[in-house]
Design a protein around this ligand. Sequence first.
Ligand code: NDP
Ligand code: A1CAB
Length: 274
Amino acid sequence: MSSQSSVAFIGGGNMARSLIGGLISRGTAPGDIHVSEPVDVLRDALAADFGVQVGADNATAAAAAGLWVLAVKPQVMRAVCEALAPLAQTNRPLVVSIAAGITAAQLQRWLGGGVAVVRTMPNTPALLGAGVTGLFASDEVDAAGRERAAVLLSSAGRTVWIDDEAKMDAVTATSGSGPAYIFLLAEAMEDAAIAEGLPADAARALVLQTILGAARMLTESGEPPAELRRRVTSPGGTTQAAVETFEAGGFRALVAQAIANATERGRQLSAAND
Ligand SMILES: NC(=O)C1=CN([C@@H]2O[C@H](COP(=O)(O)OP(=O)(O)OC[C@H]3O[C@@H](n4cnc5c(N)ncnc54)[C@H](OP(=O)(O)O)[C@@H]3O)[C@@H](O)[C@H]2O)C=CC1
Ligand SMILES: O=C(O)[C@@H]1CCC=N1
């Protein structure tokens, strides 16, 4: 039976799992979460871990909820939406997409038009309630819809409204993909520490706590990153030797190019899956 307060996840993969974990840990009743996912192992794990309602049929999950979270890959979004269009037209749900690249206009078109669509970009720290999500609301979304989408995503961490949808690909490239950049840095630092002769377990402990401590200073000190860096960097000392090496190697330009390429890839995902 449909309940306006229920949430349906269409697709129960990595990101849906992170968001569901956030919702459950912040008090959403498992019975109010319906997930459709074709992979039975993933379905069973969601049911076992969170007690949510699971099934393999998208329309069954969608029919049970007033809020749909579209959590499938961009490559299958069109087919998923077109199959749900009749239901979208009769039930008029609030539709929240988390897909990279896919625009609100595309979702609107595929769902038959006139549906309230919020395009969002969360990230995987959502699993710990430490994520951040950029949100863009289409014109059809009223104040109550905006509030509902923000409450949904705030269970995953911070929320940031983006007024210009064209900027959502930059959000994706910055915070959606961003955790992977930090994990890559952690990998590289760990490898380098081992190359300098540290035992692997010590290298990992040193790197992980350094990233955690630096992230806490960034978020809790109120100081800009450049000032925090300055305080670590004694003139003529070890940090200066390392930072000069990063700068000489084009670190900033490389980061800028990586984020520009990720932004462009978001645009391509929209065009390629239209
Ligand atoms: N991972 C991340 O860090 C982030 C991802 N996103 C976005 O979230 C979305 C999902 O990504 P992610 O969770 O990583 O991907 P996953 O592949 O882990 O999850 C998608 C799930 O949807 C399933 N699926 C495939 N086809 C259908 C269908 N027709 N109906 C219902 N479910 C289907 C997939 O099954 P199968 O494996 O069989 O295809 C898979 O289990 C993407 O659009 C991505 O852009 C957004 C922010 C961050
Ligand atoms: O890599 C991707 O396309 C998705 C979107 C942001 C993070 N993962």
